[in-house]
Design a protein around this ligand. Structure first.
Ligand code: SF4
Ligand code: SF4
Length: 181
């Protein structure tokens, strides 16, 4: 999918999606959670001009909607996935637990989405080479949102992440293939 990007925002030093998003294309395949071999530390994509179409059109929602700089995925540990948005679902892919989960910005933003009727899901990565786990948590978070209680909200988020971490993660079956030429 391709959403219009914010004109004044770039990925900067973030390369999170080049690590955690599954890729199984004819010219590029890598196990989920393994940093793409074309990604150069501090410089980004080394095949930028000829990168696969999937890489050209996949952007997290931090590149699309007005979320604060603290939401940048390498800082927040949270990738707001774009898939599902068109049907009113937002998935928060928590690739790393950070203090941002306790931030009022995080609480207020998600509370706003839930109040607007958006379905919110949490997702966590499994071991390298497995699909992530995901669960819709709107109704579980709603009491904390309606009470305006950030502490209860954080407790509910962490409890959800703990449950997801116990998931029976399934292998993605992907063998690395680097053939972008
Ligand atoms: S996760 Fe988002 S901000 Fe980070 S590199 Fe990917 S598109 Fe850019
Ligand atoms: S080809 Fe480039 S943009 Fe695509 S996953 Fe690899 S480093 Fe990222």
């Amino acid at each position: 999918m391709s959403l219009p990007l914010l004109p004044d925002r770039t990925c900067g030093g973030c390369v999170e999606c080049c690590r955690v998003i599954p890729l199984d294309l004819p010219e590029l395949a890598k196990p989920t959670g393994q940093l793409c071999g074309y990604c150069v530390d501090g410089a980004g994509c080394s095949v930028h001009e000829i990168r696969p179409q999937t890489c050209r059109v996949w952007f997290c929602l931090w590149r699309v909607v007005e979320l604060s700089d603290d939401w940048r995925p390498d800082r927040s540990g949270v990738i707001v996935r774009p898939d599902g948005v068109e049907r009113g679902e937002i998935t928060l892919y928590v690739v790393r637990r950070s203090d941002f989960l306790a931030d009022m910005d995080f609480f207020a933003t998600i509370a706003g989405w839930i109040a607007e009727g958006v379905e919110v899901a949490l997702s966590v990565p499994g071991p390298v080479g497995t699909y992530p786990a995901r669960a819709v948590v709107t109704d579980w978070l709603r009491p904390a949102v309606e009470e305006g209680d950030p502490q209860d909200f954080l407790a509910r988020v962490l409890a959800s992440l703990d449950r997801l971490a116990e998931h029976d993660f399934q292998p993605d079956g992907v063998t690395a293939r680097y053939a972008v030429v």
